[in-house]
Design a protein around this ligand. Structure first.
Ligand code: IPE
Ligand code: IPE
Ligand code: MG
Length: 236
């Protein structure tokens, strides 16, 4: 069996789910937010260590203001309402992305939930919020420059090799293992600026199921299929 520590999911298809039922897009976002808890609880019960969910990208600010405002309010409500379930189920909450851009109340909710759940050791659920890989990589470079880290390596090749781990440690995901399995719902087959570095060797799974309809049976099927794959990491 393949080791499966870290699952990442691009939760796509909320808008289309609503539109297919003749409803407004925000109804799909509401239903999608409810599904986060279902999938997270299942992962905790099945001893997955890391679940990273793409909730809002750096590009999602390009949507109409009304939808962006709704998503911000939904995120606030989600963090407020769901906080007790993180404690009940001993789930560690993390956020990755450029959090500083959010409003003060939202930032407070994020940081409070992160710090109050940081001692839990079962599942780490990470929400990618205002997350874009390119933004994360640029911020990591900035951190390294600011810290003026020198790796003391001999040759340029060694310096570059050493920089790989320095760099990984400067990313938002510094304390997390690489992604083993990356799932995208909603039928698109692209990464949309998600975990470009961390998913370098991830196994990819795409499903047409829209995120609000994605359930634990389908997740279990995808995981079963993952276990039948051979991961070579460039070796034989
Ligand atoms: C994913 O669903 C949620 C976010 C990106 C916030 P979408 O809103 O992208 O749904 P579709 O892809 O338009 O159906
Ligand atoms: C990716 O979905 C981002 C999230 C799921 C948060 P999008 O719907 O924004 O991606 P594109 O625009 O189809 O690439
Ligand atoms: Mg989409």
């Amino acid at each position: 069996m393949q080791a499966l520590q870290h699952i990442a999911i691009i939760m796509d298809g909320n808008g289309r789910w609503a539109q297919m039922q003749g409803k407004a897009r925000h109804i799909g976002h509401k239903k999608g937010a409810k599904n986060v808890r279902v999938i997270t609880d299942w992962c905790a019960k099945h001893e997955i260590q890391f679940l990273t969910l793409y909730a809002f990208s750096t590009e999602n600010w390009n949507r109409p203001k009304k939808e962006v405002d709704f998503l911000m309010r939904l995120l606030e409500r989600y963090l407020r309402d769901e906080a007790p379930t993180y404690h009940e189920n001993e789930i560690k909450f993390r956020a990755i992305g450029d959090i500083e851009t959010f409003s003060q109340p939202l930032r407070d909710l994020i940081y409070t939930l992160e710090s109050s759940t940081k001692s839990y050791t079962k599942l780490t659920q990470t929400l990618a919020l205002n997350y874009g890989s390119r933004n994360e990589i640029a911020r990591a470079c900035y951190k390294i420059l600011q810290a003026n880290m020198s790796n003391g390596a001999q040759s340029p090749q060694e310096a570059v090799k050493a920089l790989e781990s320095t760099f990984a440690n400067a990313l938002d995901t510094a304390d997390m293992p690489d992604v083993d399995l990356l799932i995208r719902t909603g039928g698109e087959q692209r990464l949309s600026n998600f975990l470009l570095w961390q998913a370098s060797y991830a196994e990819l799974a795409f499903t047409h199921t829209l995120w609000p309809d994605f359930n634990t049976n389908e997740l279990a099927r995808i995981i079963e299929e993952f276990h039948s794959r051979t991961r070579r990491f460039g070796g034989l």
